[in-house]
Each structure stands twice: as C-alpha cells, then as structure tokens.
Design a protein around this ligand. Structure first.
Ligand code: GLA
Length: 374
C-alpha cells in the first residue's frame, strides 16, 4: 500500500514537472503475485526512441505498448489490465497473450497423427480454441534473461498437456529495437511427433486503446486468397480469391467499409474473423503481411512474418464489460488483432501447410510489429 502510494506520488511529480500529457505507465507492483507456486511479474522494455513495452510472464503477455503519434505524443495502443488480478477476473479475450500449443480452432477438438487419434478440450462450442482451457496464455512462463530492451522466456509443456502429445520446450523472445520494431520470436522442440501453431493475440487501436473503434483504421493485407469458414468458424479447405469480396485488403481499405456487409463469411464471423493466405515469393523468409494506418494520429503499424497465414479479427466478441487499463472500456470492434500463424484447423486439412513437428525438427516463428508515423 505504502509502495503503491509513493509510486503514485512519483508519477504526479513527473507529470507536473514535465507538463507533458504522458499517460502514466503500468505499476509493476500490481503484477507481483505467486500463482501455483510461481512468481508472476511485470517487465519493462525500452528503446532509445522513448518507446516502452511491458510484458508479464503470466501467459507471456504484452500488457502495454507506448507509441508516439505524428506530434510525438505517446499513447498506449494495446489492450490489457492494470493488474494481474484484472486478467484473472475478466472474461478471457486473450489480450496480448502468447497462444499455444495451437492458435485458433481445431474442429471438434480432434486430430490424428499417424494412427493415433487425439482429443482436446472443446472450449469454443464444439471446437477447441487457442490451446484449450489452460493454454499457453494462462501458463506462467519462466524468465530466462532480461535486458533493457529484450526479454527471453521459456515454457515446458508436458506430454499430453491439454491433450497434445509430446513434451514441448518453447523459448520466446520479445525484443524492442531502436527502429520501433517489436520482434516476437518463438522456437520449439518436442520429444514425440506433435502439432504446433503459436501466435500473439494483441489487440491494437492506433488512437490509443479504449479511444473508440477501429472502423476508421486503414488496413492492407498482402493476400490474394482467404480460407472461408463454416458457421463454427472452421475453414472449409477452400482457398477463395479476395477479389470482389469484403475481404479484399490488397490496397489500403477502411475496416468499416465492408464490416457490415451481408456476405455469408462476414455473417459467420460477426464481422472480420478470417485467416488470409499470405502472398510470398519462394526466396522471402520474413515479409510484409499487413499494415494498419490511423490517419488522425498518423500512427502506422506494419506486421512482418515468416508464417503462411494471418488471422484478421476485428474484435467482434468484445463487450467492454471489464474495465481495462486506466478504467478504459474495450467495447465491440474497438481493437484489431493480426495474428501471424498457420491456418486454423490445419491438422484436419491435408491441403493446408503442415503443422506437424517431429523430434528431429525445430519450430521457428517470427512476428514483427513495427510502429512509425506517416
Ligand atoms: C481469435 C478468433 C476469434 C476469437 C478471438 C478471441 O482471433 O479467431 O474468433 O475467438 O480469437 O476472442
């Protein structure tokens, strides 16, 4: 209590001395908690441009991300809560979370590897979503190393954890560069054949989190095709051209322009909730997947990845009931997720790129969120 008070006094002092409208960052004390005998904490990464990111090892989640606008005014552009209790008490929307073992849906929570049939928790209607009930987004990751601009985390997921075969050793890095890029890099190894599809589930709003909807954001996605879904949001296996559909973001397009269209795919998703097949030339390892631009602030977010797909989710399930950081409300369609990934339900779609991992292989995944102004 005393500590929290002195922290607040310090913030007020900084605020009144600088006279600048710098929103206060997160109080790290509010993230100190022992859960299942493990220490949960908040870690701060900074770069020389004044950008600042906080991450908690509970779910290896991005909690805040302070980014300048075209006048240099900083705003926190991601969703999250002020304390670890905020996360534990709220409805699960996966704010800032590291998702695993399998991002997005697996139909009926079932898949086969060789002759063996596996059964996962059905935590999203009849399907399994984002690694199940106690997925990586709720695990306490071990912090291996912490630098001023870098955090290395580790997680060991036991054989049959949430129904997935094989022990999986995951290492991940959050690194903030002086070019205002946030690198998220995953590496994983298993001791038995398994499946894997990790991703990050940050919600962005370039006005600042909690400052209105994302319908006025301009989006581009570097994809000619998307993978249409059924009524339970499972891909049908088809690759459908984006041309002449509300899913065409090959040129900068307002998110609000097509979001209420009567297209069956929009109706199934209740808005945008779709996997895109990213366009790549064979020699490209990491390439530009998507951009988001908000003209009033001038903030631009570019997303780069080496993954074959990206999930564009327009926050259609957000209800704003649990107050977010600084009491802000994150309502319907106020955040955009761009989740770099393998395609949903890949284990059951033989024509999708394989998500199998064997003990002689290493899983790699890079996602870069780069911020600038225009
Ligand atoms: C993903 C899914 C959405 C939804 C959110 C979490 O992005 O595609 O359908 O489940 O996660 O609320």
């Amino acid at each position: 209590m005393k500590r929290t008070l002195s922290y607040l006094v310090l913030l007020v002092l900084i605020f009144s001395c600088t006279g600048k409208s710098v929103p206060p960052t997160i109080n790290p004390q509010a993230f100190n908690k022992i859960i299942d005998g493990k220490q949960v904490k908040l870690y701060t990464l900074k770069n020389q441009q004044g950008m600042e990111i906080t991450v908690t090892n509970w779910g290896a989640r991005i909690v805040s991300c302070m980014v300048p606008d075209k006048k240099g005014v900083m705003a926190d552009v991601v969703f999250g809560y002020d304390s670890i209790d905020g996360y534990l008490n709220a409805k699960e929307n996966y704010f800032g979370a590291s998702i695993g073992r399998f991002g997005n849906r697996i139909a009926k929570g079932e898949f086969a590897l060789g002759d063996i049939q596996y059964k996962l928790a059905q935590n999203n209607g009849i399907n399994s979503l984002h690694g199940g009930i106690n997925g990586f987004s709720k695990k306490i990751w071990e912090v291996v190393q912490k630098g001023s601009n870098e955090l290395n985390l580790k997680l060991v997921s036991a054989d049959m954890d949430e129904g997935y075969p094989g022990e999986l050793q995951v290492s991940m890095i959050y690194r903030l560069t002086n070019q205002n890029e946030l690198f998220i890099q995953y590496e994983a190894k298993c001791d038995k054949p398994t499946i894997i599809n990790l991703t990050n589930h940050s919600y962005f709003n370039l006005h600042g989190a909690g400052n209105g909807t994302i319908l006025d954001h301009l989006l581009t996605i570097n994809a000619d095709f998307f993978t249409p879904i059924d009524s339970t949001l499972i891909p049908t296996g088809e690759f459908r051209p984006v041309e002449n559909t509300p899913f065409d973001f090959r040129n900068p397009t307002l998110i609000g322009a097509g979001i209420n269209s009567k297209d069956q795919q929009i109706l199934f998703g209740l808005g945008y909730d779709m996997n895109y097949v990213l366009k790549k030339s064979p020699d490209q390892n990491i390439s530009l997947a998507a951009t988001v631009y908000e003209p009033a602030s001038g903030r631009l977010l570019e997303v780069f990845t080496d993954q074959p797909g990206i999930q564009f989710y327009s926050g259609n399930f957000l209800d704003g009931i649990y107050p977010g950081k600084k009491g802000k409300s994150y309502g319907y369609r106020t955040g955009i997720c761009l989740e770099t990934q393998h395609f949903p339900n890949s284990p059951n779609q033989k024509n999708f790129p394989s998500v199998e991992l064997t003990p002689d292989q290493v899983y790699y995944h890079t996602c870069i969120y780069k911020f600038s102004v225009k």
